[in-house]
Design a protein around this ligand. Structure first.
Ligand SMILES: Nc1nc2c(c(=O)[nH]1)N[C@H]1C(S)=C(S)[C@@H](COP(=O)(O)O)O[C@H]1N2
Ligand SMILES: [Mo]
Length: 360
């Protein structure tokens, strides 16, 4: 299918793309994404952390500031949650003109089992004072982006920070966080786009003003240009992705398979509410057929779907789209915005059914 993608990836985009990898889409077969297959996005450098001397400072507008070691945090109540995490920039490379940033196609997603301790009791212990409006999360990584030198920082309203599923995670899929995913401690906010999940935490600060840092008030907004304040992103819009059927063509990654019956499968998620249905189209969205849904991997994790198809000889374009219980769904065309965020347009996959193709 004709796509409005331009081919002129710049070296600066390539530099980001080689540091920050996506999940190979065949990884959609796993309920829990193996650690090395989980997508990765790091704005600055991965900090080198000595966990023995590392401390988390919980302070700001609190009556009882805390300084905690990793052992202190590991001694607190422990929870494990499967969480589907997706970068807000997923889908950016389909936009035309393409906003120059990490050029994701569809693969900036993964589902990990995060183990950690709930944030709310820690804030309670620190005794956040009245007058505090937000909780600010600061990472150990520092750099310069769009003319501002900064620590990587994001805030949450007190109300969001107090949600029971918000955790400080020190393990991923049962092992200590690997350096690139936030060692020794990261924030996990299930349902929200990736940028919220601050890695390499060094401070959690109750603040009396709404945080206006770059990663909050400038980036991660749906805005038409630099003068448009836009809409702040929070939860993930629904998306469905297909496990690539058949075998790939090396150059295009289009799919090859022999004509005949084939079981298609994929995964769908939304940060707003549970997935209600997934539909599949073979005529570019003219008509849709319902896929069968498995139970979700967890209330904050993706749901597997399946569709029995018979491929007749020739070229096909498969489109799938997810709709959540709140009624959010996926558009067929990208919704352009200046930062290239929240483009949850339906994925299309080109499949060629040819006699004689041998499946791997
Ligand atoms: N400290 C810090 N936290 C961060 C980032 C970062 O650059 N620095 N990137 C954010 C973004 S944009 C995303 S999408 C997720 C990616 O998490 P992952 O690399 O573990 O998949 O981390 C978020 N947390
Ligand atoms: Mo991201």
């Amino acid at each position: 299918m004709a796509r409005p993608i331009t081919d002129d990836i710049t070296l600066q985009e390539l530099q980001k793309a080689t540091r920050n990898h996506g999940m190979p889409l065949e990884g959609l077969r796993y309920d829990i994404t193996p650690v090395g297959m989980h997508y990765l996005l790091t704005h600055f450098d991965v900090p080198f952390v000595n966990a023995d001397s590392w401390r988390l400072e919980v302070g700001g507008h609190v009556a009882n500031p805390l300084v905690l070691s990793l052992d202190d945090i590991r001694a607190r109540p422990q929870v494990t949650l499967p969480v589907t995490m997706e970068c807000a920039g997923n889908g950016r490379a389909w936009l035309n003109p393409r906003p120059r940033s990490q050029p994701w196609l569809n693969e900036a997603v993964g589902t990990a089992e995060w183990t950690g301790t709930p944030l709310a009791p820690l804030l309670e212990e620190a005794q956040v004072q009245s007058g505090a409006l937000e909780v600010l999360f600061t990472g150990l990584d520092r750099g310069r982006q769009a003319d501002a030198e900064q620590w990587y920082q994001r805030s949450l309203s007190l109300e969001q920070a107090d949600r029971p599923e918000v955790i400080l995670a020190y393990a991923m899929n049962g092992l200590p966080l690997p350096p690139q995913h936030g060692y020794p401690l990261r924030l996990v906010v299930p349902g929200w786009y990736g940028m919220t999940n601050v890695k390499w935490l060094k401070a959690i600060t109750a603040v009396t003003e709404v945080f206006s840092g770059f990663q909050q008030k400038v980036f991660y907004r749906i805005a038409q240009d630099d003068d448009d304040p836009g809409i702040q992103l929070s939860r993930m819009f629904p998306r469905s992705l297909l496990v690539p059927p058949g075998i790939p063509e090396f150059e295009t990654r289009d799919r090859l398979l022999p004509p005949g019956p084939i079981s298609l499968e994929g995964r769908a998620w939304s940060g707003w509410s549970p997935i209600a249905h997934v539909e599949v189209s073979f005529d570019g969205g003219g008509s849709w057929a319902a896929a069968t849904l498995d139970p979700p991997v967890g209330i904050h994790a993706w749901r597997r779907w399946q569709f029995e198809w018979t491929a007749v000889e020739g070229e096909h374009v498969i489109t799938s789209r997810a709709t959540d219980e709140a009624g959010n769904t996926q558009p067929l065309e990208p919704r352009w915005n200046a930062k290239g965020v929240a483009n949850n347009m339906a994925q299309t996959v080109v499949v060629r059914a040819r006699p004689g193709v041998i499946l791997g």
